[in-house]
Design a protein around this ligand. Structure first.
Ligand code: AMP
Length: 147
């Protein structure tokens, strides 16, 4: 997959959704529900300090019986967020996600967050590349038969 992260962001857009570490888990979940997303970035001002996903909610809040209204995102987020750059390829993204067993990768360009790539974006990109290959082969075969 030679498609780059930048090419995916060009189609998808560069929006990301973030909360401060002081936000409650409930506020994070509401943001996820409003935007139909599975993760929020955690930012202290402009600084990326963590990520909180639905999996964190399931494992660190629901199973442990914590209150979403009291627990803060800062207490439960994953710090040390792994990020990628716009020039990474979707192949790179697949390997980073597989090795680390997570499904969200914020994109950072010269210190600025310019988007987020999810496992869903990876799947869409793989399907689009396969469709393009099939299209090329079909045109080639049709051309061959016509000549
Ligand atoms: P996910 O599969 O993305 O829901 O995440 C699984 C676990 O990995 C959760 O504990 C997340 O907080 C964490 N996680 C997700 N994305 C990242 C990332 N880019 N860097 C570090 N940890 C992450």
């Amino acid at each position: 997959m030679s498609t780059t992260v930048q090419q995916v962001l060009d189609k998808k857009g560069s929006g990301t959704h973030a909360v401060p570490p002081t936000a409650t888990v409930m506020e994070g979940l509401e943001l996820m529900a409003t935007h139909d997303i599975g993760a929020v970035l955690v930012k202290d001002g402009e600084r990326l300090v963590g990520i909180f996903t639905e999996r964190d909610y399931a494992r660190k809040v629901a199973i442990k019986g914590l209150s979403s209204k009291d627990a803060t995102i800062g207490e439960l987020m994953t710090p040390n967020v792994c990020t990628i750059t716009p020039s990474h390829t979707i192949d790179d993204v697949m390997s980073i996600m597989t090795q680390n067993r997570f499904r969200h990768l914020p994109v950072v360009d010269h210190g600025k967050i310019t988007g987020i790539i999810t496992i869903g974006d990876v799947v869409k990109s793989v399907i689009a590349e396969h469709e393009a290959t099939i299209q090329q082969l079909s045109s080639y075969i049709a051309g061959d038969i016509a000549t």
